[in-house]
Design a protein around this ligand. Structure first.
Ligand SMILES: [Fe+2]
Length: 291
């Protein structure tokens, strides 16, 4: 019998502006931790960047005398900007994302008409995870599972008995994320969800987003068994065909996320702002009639 996985201490940081949940995941046997899906604040109307959410995480890490070994992005987010480079500059750690980031960079490099100086080889990150790749946080074994469908580079990160699913799943009453961004696919998302549901039933699942459906409180933690039984999109044995039909119809009715344009331009650069132009200022683009 394989020994039971260790159980990391997971601390959640909810960002009310984008309904994103960031996590500090601590190895129970040491002071090592990973930070999953951090958020950089933006007032898009004013073009102003700030770091209140990230500073809260940094203060937590410092207060608890933790050592950041990894900054993990579950995928290239389209609804918030990553603060990973800002946090890395202060706390250190290696920045990792799914290897298929190169596909996302290729797609959005074209959409935003980035020149050849925008590298599309994932070199902005320290580590590109392939399906099944493992790594350590202190003494805790972790591995990445490729879970595309929402986007091509989506990975679920399993750390001990906890899994960080990104936008592969929402809470059981929230269902699943959209699969209609460039490179997304509803059938592929269904297959990826099955990989998550194949983890042990007691595995703790941590969501990247929650939108508090039906007026309940914000929640972000569930289990594999709970999702299998109750997820409104895939639970109770819904077939792939049923899911694809439902997901495709639903996605056709959704508008673009409020922050998709700034988010992609920053997140495809691993959270760095676009380079300054000859005036020394940085700009974001808005491609018209493209998305
Ligand atoms: Fe997402």
């Amino acid at each position: 019998m394989t020994p039971a996985p260790v159980s990391p201490e997971v601390t959640a940081f909810f960002d009310a502006d984008t309904n994103t949940i960031s996590y500090v995941v601590k190895d129970p046997g040491s002071d090592a931790c990973a930070i999953v899906d951090s958020v950089m604040d933006i007032d898009y109307a004013a073009g102003r960047i700030s770091y209140d959410h990230a500073d809260e995480i940094i203060a937590f890490v410092n207060r608890n005398k933790l050592r950041v070994e990894w900054l993990i992005e579950t995928h290239v987010h389209a609804d918030h900007l990553s603060a990973a480079p800002y946090i890395q500059g202060i706390l250190g750690g290696k920045l990792g994302i799914g290897a298929k980031i190169t596909v996302v960079q290729e797609t959005f490099g074209k959409i935003f008409n980035e020149g050849t100086e925008f590298q599309r080889d994932g070199s902005q990150f320290d580590r590109l995870f392939e399906d099944g790749d493992s790594y350590m946080v202190g003494g805790m074994e972790c591995h990445a599972i490729h879970t595309p469908g929402h986007t091509p580079a989506c990975m679920t990160h399993v750390m001990g008995d906890a899994a960080f699913v990104g936008d592969t799943l929402f809470m059981p009453d929230g269902g699943s994320a959209r699969a209609d961004f460039p490179g997304g696919d509803a059938g592929t998302l269904y297959d990826s969800i099955q990989k998550v549901l194949a983890l042990p039933g007691e595995t703790r699942l941590f969501m990247c987003h929650d939108y508090a459906p039906n007026g309940r409180e914000i929640r972000w933690e569930t289990t594999v068994a709970e999702e299998k039984a109750n997820n409104i999109h895939v639970g109770g044995g819904r077939t792939r065909e049923e899911f694809v039909k439902f997901r495709t119809e639903r996605d056709a009715s959704l508008g673009m996320p409020r922050l998709i344009i700034p988010s992609l331009q920053v997140n495809m650069r691993a959270g760095e702002l676009p380079p300054a132009d000859e005036s020394g200022k940085r700009f974001l683009k808005v491609p018209l009639n493209t998305l």
